[in-house]
Design a protein around this ligand. Structure first.
Ligand code: ZN
Ligand code: ZN
Length: 303
């Protein structure tokens, strides 16, 4: 059964892995963005300014705003080459070194993704729904860690906040990606682009190397509200879930296969998995009375 973070040692730390500052096209300074997320109870933040010539290729250093209970992870959103629609790629790199070299004129999106992976970053195909990436384009990025399944700012930019369809379609074809939920906050005064989704990482310590290691192992779940306390499978037979109050629980597998359970303010449930059929994988989603979600990563059954 892989990957589930709940039985791992340590505790959950809350973080946002995609946000911008005035070092690129954001509306608040690095200090203000760090202060905002820290005040909202986040434990870690990765600022991911646009790594573009027009902003002088920033990799924002936020370490001056760290404290015992709030750490930062160097990051960037990489843009080079062109997608099928002629737009620059958007590739998220968390844990990128500060001396990561700017792209050459002919570097492609897949090439810079490979370079970020080689440099040790946790690499994510950013918001495929936002710019209508094709499955083939996502696959062309090679072995990146994750697909950004929820991208907050897309809510007010194009109403394309949700890229889960891309991850599910590729999962059905045998590919395995982690799922990332972020704000992509720019702090435009008229946009609702913060506190829309975050990552809950299980780790024994709060440090950039420990969080990055846990991310790469998939030791996390994603949320836009609910708390997942535990998800425990008994093979392919049953799943037990304990969580903050939710009204709906979904276990989704291959194709249209799903197990669902509805109620009012449920805090635990044990569900049979017969309706998953012969799905080799599934994922768990809970939804509360305000349509906020928590999502596990894709879980693969071991035979
Ligand atoms: Zn982007
Ligand atoms: Zn962004």
């Amino acid at each position: 059964m892989h990957p589930l973070p709940f039985a791992l040692p340590g505790r959950f730390w809350r973080g946002n892995l995609h946000t911008h500052t005035t070092n690129s096209d954001g509306f608040r300074s690095t200090e203000q963005v760090c202060a905002f997320y820290r005040a909202m109870g986040y434990d870690f933040l990765s600022i991911t300014d646009h790594f573009m010539a027009q902003f002088n290729f920033p990799i924002t250093d936020a370490r001056a705003y760290e404290s015992a209970d709030f750490i930062t992870i160097p990051g960037a959103e990489l843009h080079t080459g062109r997608t099928l629609t002629g737009e620059p790629w958007h590739i998220l790199a968390n844990g990128i070194p500060f001396d990561f070299a700017p792209p050459t004129a002919d570097e492609t999106g897949p090439q810079i993704a490979a370079r970020a992976l080689a440099a040790g970053a946790f690499v994510t195909c950013a918001h495929p729904a936002w710019y209508a990436l094709s499955e083939a384009e996502v696959l062309s990025l090679g072995p990146v860690h994750a697909i950004e399944t929820i991208n907050g700012i897309s809510l007010d930019h194009s109403d394309r906040i949700d890229s889960w369809y891309m991850l599910d379609a590729l999962t059905n074809q045998g590919h395995r990606y982690l799922a990332l939920t972020t704000d992509d906050a720019h702090f435009h005064p008229k946009h609702n682009d913060r506190l829309l989704g975050w990552t809950m990482v299980k780790s024994e310590t709060l440090s950039a190397p420990a969080i990055l290691d846990a991310l790469k192992r998939g030791a996390y779940y994603s949320s836009s509200g609910p708390i997942l306390e535990t998800v425990e499978f008994d093979g392919r037979k049953t799943v037990y879930i304990r969580c903050s109050p939710v009204d709906s629980i979904f276990i989704t597998g291959r194709g249209s296969k799903s197990v669902y359970h509805h109620g009012n303010g449920m805090v635990e449930a044990e569900l049979g998995l017969e309706r998953l059929g012969d799905s080799a994988f599934c994922r768990v989603t809970v939804r509360d009375d305000r349509s906020r979600h928590a999502w596990t990563n894709v879980i693969t059954f071991e035979d």
